[in-house]
Design a protein around this ligand. Structure first.
Ligand SMILES: [Ca+2]
Ligand SMILES: [Ca+2]
Ligand SMILES: [Ca+2]
Length: 867
């Protein structure tokens, strides 16, 4: 009798220790992740449901729109109270722009949650009729599924084809910082979607038990919308409008996500989809549901020439332990060295096949260098076979940004810091440079990284691969057409062209060259069609073109954000020094221009920093906050005396001698001894203060240094080797795992590159077996699923969708590297492979992807080096 009662309760939703509601197969999260202002609606917040392992529902909150877009206002969470006695979570929400407060109370009642919306004051007049309670459903998991509403049948559409009306702009709730996501073509009206259906009882996915969910409300009508009518990244939205003039409990929904009896998540067998070379360690990490029972052994099966499979190896499965919500076990099949086609069999789960072969890593960077990078070349026409990737973008050039608070984390102000007037054309900037990521701006910092990454690859590994035709004169790029020049030199040249133009034309580095209006920032399509290619002329009416066809009244020209940052100038100085070295003998004129700018910026920026520090010190001597001298991180605790002295000395040195990495690059470019001395005076303090973050710079210096330097560095490399091994205890994958709202591929790649270099220079300390940690992770040995994070790389199963500029086609650009696993509080890692639109997990950036080229090149170099 007791057991029967316990069984019943166990099937009910419980408020667990991590403060969410849970039953087997269902997690209901209530503002474990709150809306954050940076990028506004990231589709990652509010009330969320993880349904049989997949986060299919989010966005549960009081919202001002029926189908909120990214830049519609999001509520600020003002309070979150967990009431264990009632089994409820209450969240306060506020829209400052409208002085509008509301609360939701979510209470578990058996298998359902009740969501109640409370108002202490009636909904503001301005928002009445639009604001309501919303819950959003992931389109890729719900499209083509059947539903019922009040007994009527329907099927959720694969593509957005419902209906809309237009309404006067005056009725549109304010958007992010007052920007507009839409171009109304002079009509003064915005588009408002109409519901697909409405009623009081709705069940979605009646044909699919894992997704089946029922929602009902007696006091409010449920309206079903398709958010994709306004934006390709919209979700299906269930919306109940807030009643006018009412207070108290104004809306009550009952939500019941179906749970499959005794559901246990399929094991996720993490392994390298690219395969393994015979001599390397081969360990699969298997992610298990906490209710799953661990198998004692697993098998490695070999596929013969006739297609038949035989057992090649059977081995013990060893427990690693719990990591967040799952358990982890490992299967080591390193002893299998015979080249062949294999798969892993664990219980009833078998993986797709992979190779063990000497040559599995040979092509890991080709898609990135031959396809992804050239497609991201700005100010060029880029073509491949029969296909044009994009025309020549931004022919009208860039205007001086006026003082403004902007989007994409940019701003200009309070002055222009240049000789140009706001909205004046800055000549010569529409040349070279690379698109930032899934968007089309030139982030100066990222472009500096790109040039540096290519230079490092070029100087250490000399890749002479030539698969790309690049003509700066024709502004034309053709993929898979050799032109006699190593592509990597052409990429260095292309990046340098834009950055040198910035330094020459502006006098210092721009923060970014970016969109002026939000309604073309979210552009999906040919980059050449973002702007009209005509100079903006405010004396013309919007959409009007001058008689000579050269100017238009459409304010779509890109802006240059030019607030001076001496730190950015220093980074540019480093890069220009290295670029002048790399370009010498190929493009001497550009090499000279880069060197000139390097020296000038280094001098000016160091002086500006010195002056600013002096001014700051004079102003607030007592307000000395603890900033780590080498990593720029604010520290929580006051460091001990010795460390304080180190930090102080390191800060002074940097002030007087300039940045140490810049000095090293300048030495490489000029061979002037002073730079090397400046570097030597700083590196050891830096390593004491931050070993992991400065190891790479220390290793970069080795080609310029003598044996004594290498010897002095040894004990640091030994300590670094311990640091590498510590990750084996921290998580089952043995690599640093990021938990920010941008998944951590840059961090993982940095780690991989440093490990590879440490092995190259100190093979007796950092063993060869260490270099596969990051490749395993990238190519499939990671949480959530086992697909390769690099588009088209990963023989049998690379990821299928990425947040590239072709994401609206649910596609990818070959060679892209996804940020990876997005961590959602409190315990969920995620990487969607059917929904490309969450940049935190699926975007690739120009800096990250070129970092991958260094990582891949160094890995290939080590693997192919004779023992
Ligand atoms: Ca950007
Ligand atoms: Ca070429
Ligand atoms: Ca224009």
């Amino acid at each position: 009798m007791v057991s029967a009662a316990t069984f019943c309760e166990a099937q009910d939703l419980q408020l667990n220790d991590r403060e969410y509601f849970e039953r087997q197969g269902v997690n209901v999260l209530v503002f474990s992740n709150s809306f954050n202002g940076g990028f506004n609606d990231e589709k990652n917040s509010g009330i969320e449901i993880i349904h049989h392992g997949v986060r299919t529902v989010q966005g549960g909150a009081v919202r001002l729109n029926k189908t909120p877009e990214q830049w519609d206002l999001v509520p600020k969470m003002t309070s979150r109270k967990v009431n264990r006695e009632n089994g409820s979570i209450e969240v306060g929400m506020r829209y400052d722009d409208y002085d509008f407060d509301s609360r939701v109370v979510v209470t578990a009642k058996g298998k359902v949650v009740e969501i109640a919306v409370w108002l202490d004051k009636p909904v503001p007049e301005k928002l009445a009729g639009d604001a309501g309670f919303n819950l959003e459903f992931l389109p890729s998991q719900y499209w083509l599924k059947t539903y019922t509403i009040d007994g009527r049948l329907g099927r959720l559409p694969r593509y957005a084809t419902s209906q809309t009306i237009t309404r006067p702009n005056s009725e549109k709730p304010r958007q992010f910082k007052g920007f507009k996501t839409y171009d109304d073509r002079g009509t003064n009206r915005f588009v408002d979607p109409l519901p697909i259906e409405k009623g009081h009882r709705i069940t979605l996915a009646t044909d699919t038990p894992e997704r089946l969910i029922s929602i009902s409300s007696d006091d409010a009508e449920l309206e079903l919308y398709d958010g994709r009518m306004l934006a390709q990244n919209g979700w299906f939205v269930l919306h109940s409008v807030l009643p006018k003039g009412k207070t108290g409990k104004v809306i009550t929904w009952t939500v019941e996500p179906n749970a499959i009896d005794g559901w246990i998540r399929e094991p996720n067998i993490g392994f390298s989809q690219v395969g393994y070379i015979p001599s390397q360690p081969k360990v699969a990490v298997i992610e298990l549901d906490k209710n799953d029972r661990q198998q004692s052994t697993a098998k490695l099966m070999r596929i013969g020439k006739d297609g038949s499979a035989e057992q090649a190896f059977q081995g013990e499965v060893k427990s690693w332990g719990p990591f967040y919500k799952y358990n982890y076990v490992k299967f080591d099949f390193s002893s299998v060295k015979e080249p062949g086609v294999y798969y892993i069999q664990y219980g009833n789960t078998r993986t797709n096949n992979f190779l063990i072969d000497e040559h599995v890593y040979d092509k890991i960077t080709d898609a990135t260098t031959d396809v992804w990078v050239p497609i991201h070349m700005n100010h060029m026409y880029v073509t491949e076979g029969y296909r044009t990737w994009h025309g020549e973008p931004f022919k009208e050039g860039y205007l001086q940004a006026p003082p403004s608070d902007h989007f994409d984390l940019h701003s200009q102000g309070p002055t222009t810091d240049t000789k140009y007037k706001p909205l004046e054309l800055i000549p010569g900037l529409n040349v070279g440079g690379f698109f930032d990521a899934g968007d089309f701006d030139i982030e100066t910092g990222s472009n500096i990284n790109v040039v540096q990454n290519f230079i490092r690859t070029w100087e250490l590994f000399h890749p002479h691969r030539d698969e790309t035709f690049v003509s700066q004169q024709q502004r034309y790029v053709d993929l898979h057409r050799p032109d006699g020049v190593p592509d990597i030199l052409q990429f260095i040249e292309h990046g340098t062209l834009n950055l040198v133009a910035q330094a020459e034309q502006i006098g210092h580095m721009a923060q970014t060259l970016s969109n002026s209006v939000l309604d073309n920032y979210h552009h999906l399509g040919d980059a050449a069609s973002i702007t009209d290619g005509l100079h903006y002329d405010p004396s013309l009416k919007p959409y009007e073109v001058s008689a000579d066809g050269k100017r238009s009244g459409t304010p779509d020209d890109m802006w240059a954000f030019t607030t001076r940052s001496p730190q950015l100038d220093l980074r540019a100085a480093t890069m220009f020094a290295a670029a002048s070295h790399a370009l010498k003998g190929y493009n001497d004129e550009l090499a000279q221009r880069a060197l000139t700018q390097s020296k000038r910026l280094m001098e000016e920026a160091t002086e500006i920093i010195r002056q600013r520090n002096a001014a700051r010190k004079a102003q607030a001597q007592e307000d000395f906050s603890w900033i780590d001298g080498t990593e720029g991180r604010r520290m929580d605790v006051k460091p001990d005396k010795k460390r304080q002295q180190l930090m102080e000395r390191s800060r002074k040195n940097r002030e007087q001698l300039g940045d140490m990495a810049t000095n090293l690059q300048l030495y490489g470019a000029t061979k002037e001894k002073t730079y090397l001395e400046n570097f030597k005076k700083q590196i050891w303090d830096a390593l004491e203060l931050g070993l992991a973050s400065n190891m790479q710079t220390a290793l970069d210096a080795i080609p310029y240094m003598d044996e004594a330097y290498k010897k002095k560095l040894r004990p640091y490399v030994e300590k670094y080797n311990d640091y590498i091994h510590d990750f084996d205890k921290e998580n089952p994958y043995g690599v640093p795992i990021g938990r920010g709202n941008w998944a951590g591929v840059n961090m993982v790649l940095n780690f991989g590159i440093a490990v590879n270099y440490a092995h190259l220079y100190y093979p007796d300390i950092v063993g060869k077996d260490e270099i596969y940690r990051v490749s395993n992770w990238l190519y499939g040995c990671h949480p959530y699923h086992n697909y390769s994070f690099v588009a088209v790389v990963g023989a049998a199963r690379p990821k299928q969708v990425f947040y590239g500029n072709n994401r609206a086609d649910f596609s990818f650009i070959p060679g892209n590297v996804a940020p990876g696993l997005l961590f959602r509080q409190p315990d969920h890692f995620e990487n969607f492979d059917d929904w490309p639109f969450l940049w935190g997990q699926n975007e690739g950036t120009i800096a990250g992807n070129t970092q991958y080229v260094i990582f891949g090149s160094s890995l290939k170099e080590i693997v192919n080096k004779p023992e």
